[in-house]
Design a protein around this ligand. Structure first.
Ligand code: DC
Length: 226
C-alpha cells in the first residue's frame, strides 16, 4: 500500500517548514517545502534581470527557460536551478519581499504544479505550503492547518533570522510585514491560503515545538492507523 501524503498549510511564521521536516523525519517520509519553489523562481527572475514590472505578464513559455527542479536527496528535496542547488539564495530579504506577489500569478502556480505533484506521486511525503491540501494534494490522507498568534509568529521569524529576541519596535515591524504577506497570500484569486475542507487546525501559539510535532504525529496515526 502506498504510504500517505500529509499536508501542512498555514500563514508565514506558523512553523510549517520546521514542523513538517521533523514530522517527516520521525515517520521516515520525505519533506517538500513548496515555498522554496516559488522562492527559486523569484531568485531566477532576479538573476536573469527580468524587470519586475514584466513578471505579471510572463507567459508559460517564458518560465520554461528556467530549469527549476526538485531532486530527492535523502529526507528532503534539493531545489535546483540548472546544476546549482539553491539554499541561502532563497531566503534573502529581496526574494522574501518579491515572492508573495509572484506566487499570486496563475501562470506561475500552474507552472509549478507538476513538479509538486510528481514529488508526492509515491506517497511518503510531508508537504508544507499554502495550497497543499486545497489544490496540490486534494486527496492527501492527512491535512493539517497550522496557525499561531501574529506576534508569536513575528517573534519566531525574527529569532530564526537574527538569532536574538526582537525589541518592541522590531517585533512590531516584523508583525506588520508578516501581516501584509498573509493578507496578500489569503486574498489572491488563485489558490489563496485557506484551510482545506477536512483539514485539522492546530494552533501552535502555546505549544512547544516538541508538542506540536507530537500532536501532528498523533493525528497521522489516528487517521492512517499507522
Ligand atoms: O513558506 P514560504 O515563506 O517559503 O513561502 C514563500 C511565498 O510563497 C509565500 O509568500 C506564499 C508563496 N507560497 C504559495 O503561494 N504557495 C505555496 N504552496 C507555498 C508558498
Amino acid at each position: 500500500m502506498r504510504p500517505p501524503v500529509i499536508t501542512l498549510d498555514g500563514p508565514a511564521g506558523s512553523g510549517k517548514s520546521t514542523t513538517a521536516r521533523e514530522v517527516a523525519r520521525r515517520l521516515g517520509y520525505r519533506h517538500l517545502d513548496s515555498g522554496a519553489l516559488y522562492r527559486a523562481l523569484t531568485f531566477a527572475l532576479l538573476s536573469a534581470k527580468i524587470p519586475k514590472d514584466e513578471w505579471v505578464n510572463l507567459p508559460r513559455e517564458a518560465l520554461d527557460r528556467f530549469p527549476i527542479l526538485l531532486r530527492p536527496n535523502g529526507p528532503r528535496f534539493d531545489v535546483l536551478l540548472g546544476e546549482r542547488v539553491l539554499e541561502a539564495e532563497l531566503r534573502t530579504p529581496e526574494v522574501t519581499a518579491l515572492v508573495s506577489p509572484l506566487s499570486a500569478l496563475p501562470a506561475v502556480r500552474d507552472w509549478l504544479l507538476e513538479a509538486q505533484r510528481e514529488a508526492g506521486k509515491e506517497g511518503g511525503l510531508v508537504a508544507d505550503g499554502r495550497d497543499m491540501g486545497t489544490v496540490v494534494f486534494p486527496d492527501a490522507e492527512v491535512k493539517i492547518f497550522l496557525t499561531a498568534d501574529l506576534r508569536e509568529r513575528a517573534a519566531r521569524r525574527f529569532l530564526e533570522r537574527e538569532s536574538r529576541q526582537p525589541s518592541a519596535g522590531e517585533l512590531r515591524l516584523e508583525a506588520e510585514k508578516i501581516e501584509a504577506r498573509d493578507k496578500r497570500d489569503s486574498s489572491r484569486a488563485h489558490a489563496p491560503l485557506r484551510r482545506a475542507s477536512g483539514a485539522i487546525e492546530v494552533d501552535t501559539s502555546f505549544l512547544t515545538f516538541e508538542d506540536q510535532v507530537e500532536v501532528i504525529i498523533g493525528h497521522v496515526k489516528t487517521l492512517t492507523k499507522r
